[in-house]
Each structure stands twice: as structure tokens, then as C-alpha cells.
Design a protein around this ligand. Structure first.
Ligand SMILES: Cc1ncc(COP(=O)(O)O)c(C=O)c1O
Length: 384
């Protein structure tokens, strides 16, 4: 009898779909690709845009979940990174990042004690919007014998987490300042709902309102003897507004490294899509069925990219539109016959980069046509 083929242990990640030195067209699909030239231009462009301002940059690593990228952002001057989950922070710290803001609330004793443990290895900070949670945090920090920077999250219009501006922020800040092991570090005022408002006027108005709420809150804190060292917020859609506000001193854009299709629909002053950052993230897919001349089906469906912000764009193929995604299939309508052929590889620009990245273990990084590096998406699936 033949020996059974050795099987990969079930818990091991899939091996990378490509190897360094390959042409990207040889990569197995679906694969998550990073165009290194475009990615590096995006990093440089953020630095360039902020020249002359005094804000610190702390990019949000929830977009990429990849310490290799975080370290490159820090090499470009970022003071550290943000993340949303303790397990993301663990992956980033393990990957060499030494300053992480969990720009989110952390609730539950297990998570809080892991967060406190991390503070032994890196400079950690976290957000709160509840006095009971703050007490639990203080207890975890005491048990671990560490100190932690804490920011009060303030709701500036996104109506997600955060206490209302003014007195509720002051109340929590005073509690932090009185808690041994905790240090009141400032306010977290991210206006998520403003990032994808399509016109510059809409974004301007939304951030102007946020800024005036934050300014009034800072004045109240000051008049009560509390100073917010860090005033942080902003994403790719509005970061220049917060940077110019004179109120925010730290910004946390995430998607700028990749630029997904949805961000590509934000408009500039000229009424045209803003082209400040370039698409650098792609899904490489293969045409797996082409039975009708004007329809090709690729092997990248719902499980290969996120469609919560719309369908992906088809790069490099004139007139092609990705119109329907099912679990394992993506339907592309073609402008005419002969545009694509069976087995051909196509690059798709994902509709929403963050949840798409979270579907992959590996980033296949290429320059020109050549695979230059394979980076692990170390915080992939880091939800807790
Ligand atoms: C708290 C926080 N900060 C920053 C960002 C980064 O935003 P973007 O990816 O739009 O740049 C996000 C994204 O959702 C976020 O939730």
C-alpha cells in the first residue's frame, strides 16, 4: 500500500502563494499583493503633506496588521502605531513595535491583564469611556505592577464609542488621574463617520464641529488643572483637517498605505476623485471560467475580499467591471469578447482594505513584476 501523502497540520497557516524571485503572474491565487513602489510613495506622500505641521503621526495598524509595515511607518517618523485589539497589539509588539495605542476600549479581565502584561514590553496606552471599566483597568495594572497611559475617548460625531464632550470627559480624566498606576494622557477624538463623506465641504464641516467640541473640552480640562498631552484622531479622509486644526496633535490614518476602491471615491476641491494616495493593495485572481464572451468568472469571491464598501475594481482591463461576488466566485462583465482568457491572472483593487487584509496570512510584495518579499499578516484574525 502507498504511504498516505503527509498532510499539513490543520492549525498551520497555508504556505505563501508565491516565493521571492518569482514573476507575480506565477503566484497562486487568490493572493494578497502589495505593490512596493506605490506603497513607498504613499508613505512618502503622507510625510510630505504634513511637512510644516507639528502633528505626530501614529498610523492605524488595523489596516495592515503587519509589523513589517508598522516598522516602515516608524522608520518614516511615526511615533508608534494604533491598533484596535489586544491581540493585534501582541502581534505588533512581538514584531518589534515598541509604542502602541489601543485606540479602543478593552473590556474583560482576561484582555485587561494581557494588556497590562504588554506594558512590561512596550509603551502601551488605551482608551476608556466608562468608570467601571476604568476601575477594572486600574486593578489589572496594579496586579501586573506596571503603569499605563490612558486616554478618554470622546464622541465627536461618529456616535460609536466615547463619552460626550465636556463634563463626562472631565469626570473620567479626574478618575484616571486619581488611579495609582494610571496616567491621564489625553483624549481620543476620532470622527470615523467623516472619513468617507464624499465632498471636501462635508468633511470640512464635520471636522470643524469635532474640533470645536474637542477645543471646549480641553479648555474645561485645563480650567480644572488637567492637561491633555495627547489629542488624537483622524483617518485618511480628513487627516489634513485635524493636522491644521491647532487642537489635535496626533493623527492616526490607516488606509493611506493601501488606498482601497471606496476611499478612491472621495472627491477633491475640483470635483474629481482625490488621487493623493495610490492603490497599492490588490487581490490577484485567476479567470476560472469563461463560457460567455462578455463574462469571466474569477476565483476570488466573498472569501477573498470584503464587499461591505462595494465591489472591487478590476485593474489593467479596460471596461471590465466586477459585478457580483459569491463565496468562491467573482463575476466580471467585459466590454467585449477576447478581453480576458481562461487561466489569465487579474488584479483587483479591494473595496475595503482592512477586512480584506484580515483574510490573508501573507502579503506578496512585488516591485515591477518581481516578487521581492513575503510579509506575514501577523495579526490576521486577531479579534480578541
Ligand atoms: C479609531 C480609528 N482611528 C483611525 C482609523 C483609520 O482610518 P482610515 O483607515 O480611514 O485611515 C480608524 C479606522 O476605522 C479607526 O477606527
Amino acid at each position: 500500500m502507498n504511504e498516505p501523502t503527509p498532510r499539513r497540520p490543520r492549525s498551520a497557516p497555508l504556505p505563501p502563494p508565491a516565493a521571492v524571485g518569482m514573476n507575480i503572474a506565477q503566484a497562486d491565487t487568490p493572493a494578497l499583493l502589495l505593490d512596493l513602489d506605490a506603497f513607498e510613495r504613499n508613505l512618502a506622500r503622507l510625510t510630505e503633506s504634513l511637512r510644516g505641521t507639528s502633528v505626530r503621526v501614529r498610523p492605524h495598524a488595523k489596516s495592515h496588521k503587519c509589523p513589517e509595515i508598522a516598522l516602515r511607518q516608524i522608520a518614516r517618523g511615526a511615533v508608534g502605531v494604533c491598533c484596535q485589539k489586544v491581540s493585534e497589539a501582541e502581534a505588533l509588539v512581538h514584531g518589534g513595535v515598541s509604542d502602541v495605542l489601543v485606540a479602543n476600549e478593552v473590556v474583560g479581565t482576561q484582555k485587561l491583564s494581557r494588556l497590562a502584561e504588554l506594558a512590561r514590553q512596550a509603551r502601551m496606552s488605551v482608551c476608556v469611556d466608562d468608570a467601571g471599566n476604568l476601575a477594572d483597568l486600574a486593578q489589572a495594572v496594579r496586579a501586573a505592577g506596571v503603569t499605563l497611559d490612558v486616554l478618554v475617548e470622546v464622541n465627536v460625531g461618529a456616535n460609536r464609542c466615547g463619552v460626550e464632550p465636556g463634563e463626562p470627559v472631565l469626570g473620567l480624566a479626574q478618575l484616571i488621574a486619581q488611579s495609582p498606576g494610571l496616567r491621564f494622557a489625553g483624549v481620543h477624538a476620532y470622527h470615523g463617520a467623516a472619513q468617507h463623506l464624499r465632498t471636501p465641504q462635508q468633511r470640512l464641516e464635520a471636522i470643524a464641529q469635532a474640533v470645536s467640541k474637542v477645543r471646549a473640552t480641553l479648555q474645561l480640562l485645563e480650567s480644572n488643572g488637567l492637561s491633555a498631552e495627547i489629542v488624537t484622531g483622524a483617518g485618511t479622509g480628513t487627516y489634513m483637517l485635524e493636522a491644521a486644526s491647532g487642537v489635535y496633535n496626533e493623527i492616526q490614518p490607516g488606509s493611506y498605505v493601501f488606498m482601497d476602491a471606496d476611499y478612491g471615491r472621495n472627491l477633491g476641491e475640483d470635483g474629481k476623485p482625490v488621487r493623493e494616495f495610490e492603490h497599492s493593495l490588490f487581490i490577484l485572481a485567476t479567470v476560472m471560467s469563461h463560457t460567455v464572451a462578455t463574462r469571466a468568472v474569477v476565483d476570488a469571491g466573498l472569501k477573498a475580499h470584503s464587499v461591505d464598501s462595494g465591489m472591487p475594481l478590476v485593474a489593467d482591463v479596460n471596461g471590465a467591471a466586477y459585478t457580483k461576488a459569491s463565496d468562491e466566485h467573482g463575476v466580471i462583465e467585459l466590454a467585449g469578447p477576447g478581453t480576458l482568457k481562461l487561466g489569465q491572472k487579474v488584479r483587483l483593487v479591494p473595496g475595503h482594505c482592512d477586512p480584506t487584509v484580515n483574510l490573508y496570512d501573507w502579503l506578496v510584495c512585488y516591485r515591477g513584476e518581481r516578487v521581492e518579499a513575503i510579509w506575514p499578516v501577523s495579526a490576521r484574525g486577531a479579534f480578541y
